[in-house]
Design a protein around this ligand. Structure first.
Ligand code: FES
Length: 114
């Protein structure tokens, strides 16, 4: 298992980027739940963030791509609006133990092409 961060590393309603040996992910904490995704927009495959650790829209209700503004639900990554409407961000399964968020090493595979 690879340890990524602890649940206390993200404030409620905030997001966090993770660079693990050039595998780019991000996490959002909402309603005390952690959601973990690959940091690739399903439109063009670009990173999503506006600036470091900033992946959300102004109300912090949705994930928003900084390139063309696509909006995604936080809990399942479904794109509600924008050029990739109907597509999904790719979730990363993780386990949590004593507040530590961890993923399996074999999940680190090259990102899919959109
Ligand atoms: S690259 Fe994300 S909306 Fe176009």
């Amino acid at each position: 298992m690879i340890e990524l961060f602890t649940v206390n590393d993200i404030e409620e309603g905030k997001s966090k980027g993770i660079d693990l040996d050039n595998f780019y992910m991000f996490a959002v904490k909402k309603d005390n739940q952690i959601h973990l995704y690959w940091n690739r927009c399903p439109h063009l495959g670009t990173p999503l963030e506006w600036q470091e650790n900033d992946f959300l829209d102004a109300d912090a209700e949705l994930i928003q791509c900084s390139t063309h503004g696509a909006l995604f639900r936080i809990d399942d990554g479904h794109c509600l609006a924008g050029p990739c409407k109907g597509k999904h961000l790719q979730k990363i399964p993780f386990t949590e133990e004593n507040g530590m968020i961890m993923i399996q090493r074999d999940q680190l595979v090259p990102a899919p092409q959109y």
